[in-house]
Design a protein around this ligand. Structure first.
Ligand code: PEP
Ligand code: MG
Length: 313
């Protein structure tokens, strides 16, 4: 074939730039797995479990109290498996439940959810998981089933972690539920400034990766409600304080050989990707529509950095 003809039939897959920094994709619902796969991403940096749960439209406690826990576990297994299959053997980091009480209250059987004056500072993420242990055990039962099926590409990511004690307790529960944490990637989201500032303590406690939840990290660092239009002009993912926290965590993690990633909206911005690559982040996870532009920027930034280093000699 003539070279031109060859190029014309060559699938896009073969022309994706190779980057040393992995470029991954965020997946919100299992139905998006195939579209996410077409991005040729290096894995899934965030699979949100709560949409599978909220999509059932029945509160998890209803399943538990009516003896339908197996049905619930199977729903999670099916959802996670769809994504883990699409990407196998590339890694898929699944985040444990992270929905605030107000979202749960809207579900069938959700009337018992406590009323919180400020749900975003309340019972969400790991906090909820560690108080509603019955439910956390169902999540872990789903993971265990998936590991038994051979999905060794699934990692477990804990949201809104604020203190290493929470990580320790979550890992104890994982072990109790039969998860071999020595052979499973377990990581935390860094989305509270406190966890960024004491990242060394999390590293000592034992983590395989961290992922920056910049949507929350920005709101908590700047004291700007991410959902309040009145102060939307103050919400800035590139605020020097946010960047300083991220840079510090990347530095500490690189020293310890812990992987770093980002799964907040900022990771879908090529201008942010450029800065993160320069800081030494090991992967970036972007929304499906942004993977290609982020990958282009990552490749370009890596080339520039190499050239700059070479010319400094
Ligand atoms: C984040 O906080 O950046 C994040 C990815 O989590 P969520 O947007 O679901 O809070
Ligand atoms: Mg978050």
């Amino acid at each position: 074939k003539a070279p031109a003809e060859e190029a014309a039939v060559r699938p896009m897959a073969l022309s994706k730039p190779i980057t040393a920094t992995e470029v991954k994709v965020n997946v919100s619902i299992p139905e998006a797995a195939e579209r996410a796969k077409q991005t040729m991403a290096d894995g899934v940096g965030l699979l949100r479990i709560e949409h599978m749960i909220l999509g059932l439209n029945t509160h998890p406690q209803v399943y538990i109290k009516s003896g339908r826990s197996d049905e619930y576990i199977n729903e999670l297994v099916t959802g996670i498996r769809t994504v883990a299959d699409a990407f196998y053997p590339k890694p898929v980091w699944v985040r444990t439940l992270d929905a605030p009480t107000d979202e749960f209250r809207a579900m069938k059987g959700g009337e018992s959810e406590p009323y919180e004056h400020n749900p975003m500072l309340g019972m969400r993420g790991i906090r909820r998981d560690l108080r509603d242990i019955d439910h956390f055990k169902l999540e872990m039962a789903a993971f265990r089933k998936l590991y038994e099926m051979g999905y060794d590409n699934i990692g477990i990511m804990l949201p809104l972690v604020q203190h290493p004690v929470e990580l320790r307790r979550a890992k104890e529960l994982m072990v109790e539920c039969g998860i071999d944490i020595e052979n499973v990637d377990v990581g935390i989201m860094v989305e509270i400034p406190a966890s960024a500032l004491i990242i060394d303590e999390f590293i000592k406690e034992g983590i395989d990766f961290v992922s920056f939840g910049t949507n929350d990290l920005t709101q908590y660092t700047l004291a700007v409600d991410r959902n309040n239009e009145l102060v939307a002009d103050l919400y800035n993912e590139l605020h020097p304080a946010v960047l300083k926290l991220i840079e510090y965590v990347i530095g500490e993690c690189n020293k310890a050989g812990v992987k770093t990633s980002i799964c907040g909206q900022a990771g879908s911005r090529p201008d942010v990707a450029r800065r993160l690559v320069a800081m030494g982040i090991t992967s970036i996870s972007a929304n499906i529509d942004a993977v290609e532009s982020v990958r282009e920027m990552v490749a370009r930034t890596e080339h520039t950095l190499i050239l700059e280093a070479a010319r400094k000699k």
